[in-house]
Design a protein around this ligand. Structure first.
Ligand code: SAM
Length: 267
């Protein structure tokens, strides 16, 4: 297999910093990520395949695979490398028709990606709040971004992404990587997280509640809930019925508190 540098020079390309192009060049890490993301019978959506470091070993398993890449030039390179069970979709992962792609692949899916760092949060938010039939996700991101998924209530990293992810997935760190695992080398370390769907259903409207509750972190929950069209007195009553203190802030609520609160919202 050709190195990242060889592939770039062969195709006259340079890594595009603005697109978060730090290509994985660590053979052992690639093998481990591909093993984590490939389960017999589970088609794969890959986000940001780049030059195919993870795509190729994934495709070699024979599993159906769709790789979503924004950079048109990289799509051209990939198309020439991939076997028939794998396809490239030239699109922005934040706008792509993920439901349509998943439907074409059929059944439950796995999602894998060394995520472009500049859109890590919106990408994972899109995935965890979607109705996609995801069984497992294997996602690589900056260590600081990964910390958000393990943040406890009351800490500054705790937010909607933490709450939603933890309610729907079992999350663990599978691998930690230093900048030396990439070309070009980023300035930060990275983590590979595995998200396994836990089968739990979350109540309708939870995403909207979380968005409003954390709208202004320094304000009380009662204040922020007025953003959902609730009168201040109704918000106070709701908070009371949920067994929470009147002056509580969103960041103090556990994921289960949010589920309870959501269940009490007027429909
Ligand atoms: N998977 C490759 C690897 O590990 O070597 C590349 C990973 S690199 C960190 C992120 C990749 O995401 C790049 O190929 C970049 O062009 C692509 N990308 C950036 N923004 C994107 C977007 N909005 N939608 C889809 N892909 C994107």
């Amino acid at each position: 297999m050709k190195s990242v540098k060889e592939l770039l020079s062969e195709h006259g390309l340079n890594p595009n910093k603005a697109l978060g192009q730090n290509f994985l060049s660590d053979g052992a890490a690639i093998e481990r990520i591909a093993a984590l993301a490939s389960e017999p019978g589970l088609p794969i959506i890959e986000i940001g395949p780049g030059l195919g470091a993870i795509t190729l070993p994934l495709a070699e398993t024979g599993l159906p695979l769709a790789a979503i890449e924004l950079d048109h030039a990289l799509c051209g390179v990939l198309e020439g490398l991939l076997p028939a069970n794998a396809s490239v979709v030239n699109a922005d992962v934040l706008k792509a028709d993920l439901e349509g792609i998943a439907e074409r692949l059929g059944g439950e899916i796995a999602v894998c990606g060394n995520l472009p760092y500049y859109i890590t949060s919106p990408t994972v938010m899109r995935l965890v709040s979607s109705k996609l039939p995801i069984r497992r996700m294997v996602l690589m991101m900056q260590k600081e971004a990964a910390d958000r998924f393990f943040a406890e209530p009351g800490s500054k990293n705790y937010g909607p992404l933490t709450v939603l992810s933890r309610l729907r997935y079992e999350i663990r760190t599978a691998l930690e990587l230093s900048p030396a695992s990439y070309f070009p080398q980023p300035e930060v370390s990275s983590s590979v997280l595995v998200f396994d769907r836990n089968g739990a259903e979350t109540p309708e409207g939870l995403e909207t509640l979380l968005k409003c509750a954390f709208r202004m972190r320094r304000k009380t929950l009662a204040n922020n809930l007025s953003g959902m069209g609730l009168a201040r007195t109704d918000a106070a009553e709701l908070i009371n019925r949920a067994g929470l203190a009147p002056s509580v802030r969103a960041e103090a609520l556990s994921p289960e508190d949010f589920v309870r609160l959501c269940g009490l919202l007027p429909r």
